[in-house]
Design a protein around this ligand. Sequence first.
Ligand SMILES: Cc1cc2nc3c(=O)[nH]c(=O)nc-3n(C[C@H](O)[C@H](O)[C@H](O)COP(=O)(O)OP(=O)(O)OC[C@H]3O[C@@H](n4cnc5c(N)ncnc54)[C@H](O)[C@@H]3O)c2cc1C
Length: 382
Amino acid sequence: MFDETEVVIAGAGPVGLALALALTRRGVAVRVLEKREGLSAASRASTFHPPTLDALHELGVLEALLPGGVRVDRILWRRSDTGEAAGIDLGILGAETGFPFRWHREQQDLTPALLAALPLGCVRFQAGVVGMSQDDTGVTLRAADGSTLRARYAVGCDGASSALRSLAGIAAETNDYAHRVLRLLTPLDLREVVPGLDGLGYLYDETGSCSLLRMPTVWRLIFRIAPEMTDAEAMAEDHARARIARFLPQAAGMEIEGRDVYGVKRAMATAYRAGRVLLAGDAAHLTNTRGGMNMNAGIHDAMTLAATLDLVLGGEDEQLLQDWADARLGVVREALLPRTDSRVAASPGEEVARMAALTDDQKLVWAREASMLDLAKVGMPR
Ligand SMILES: Cc1cc2nc3c(=O)[nH]c(=O)nc-3n(C[C@H](O)[C@H](O)[C@H](O)COP(=O)(O)OP(=O)(O)OC[C@H]3O[C@@H](n4cnc5c(N)ncnc54)[C@H](O)[C@@H]3O)c2cc1C
């Protein structure tokens, strides 16, 4: 169908589509090849951090994401047993971003907005990439239907099992975290039962912790489950009720509207670039869902890569691409993975006490790092 373009992207997830739109806005000809018949509707990322909101605003799609979403201004840490609490107000980031808050909305609400903003025919569905060859002037991708597409550069945004990463000979260092997560959905407004809760809270007791996350129509309750427990045992009514009762005894009988279990994985590509093939998003990094950072980091990959590719396609030195690749790999290794790795508190109250003891300056540093404001532009060409 297509035969030639400037940049070809494998994968129409949030990262591939954000990259396609960022390139299009810069006047770069781009095509996306997607394996599925349509966009994924899976419930995954929930959190858009301030620099991602800045980026989506720049791309002109934020207006589609805001209505119906949840603005979160304050994060709460609270001991369920003693009531001791700490909080951080994200408004302290007001000098650094146009959006000093988290926005909670499903990832599957972003991708249609990105797709709608792209030129008609830019994304080709049912065209999974199965082959790749590259030479001094370009790269050719072969889709499952046998068609080929040649471009000056190709970007693998094809997720954790990236075919393009393998085809380019880039290895991934993978290791599963030793835990899975039970996710319960309730329509009960948890702000009515947890003092000081806005849209995100971490509750602690003698045995561990639980996260509460407000979404547009439900709250997500997130619990870590024991390694020996099967998914079915974790989702069983008795177990789910017992976990709720421990942290929210005042709401133990809440309606449970949905439940699932997911394993948390950790992986990192050993490089972001092999010749004319580049990686972005889950193809390059996979993290714990703690902190809600992985998709956000992927969108930051996309924004910084679009700016870099634009310069290189315009005649600047290809070394810029290697600088970008090294910079983003550094972000993953030195910040993204360490920040999202699970932190095991020495005692149940430790985290609450630690947060309560922060000075205003320390709160600002914490909020900046939790919001990824210090990472989003790393790799952006000067
Ligand atoms: C339960 C859960 C909660 C999460 N919460 C958060 C959160 O709050 N915040 C956050 O930042 N992140 C979160 N994440 C992570 C987030 O979902 C991912 O980081 C995000 O989906 C990555 O986007 P992507 O576009 O890189 O990859 P994907 O979304 O995986 O998209 C890849 C696309 O490539 C396509 N594809 C695959 N193979 C090929 C091929 N050979 N050729 C062409 N196309 C192909 C796929 O069909 C897919 O459409 C969460 C993840 C999970 C599982």
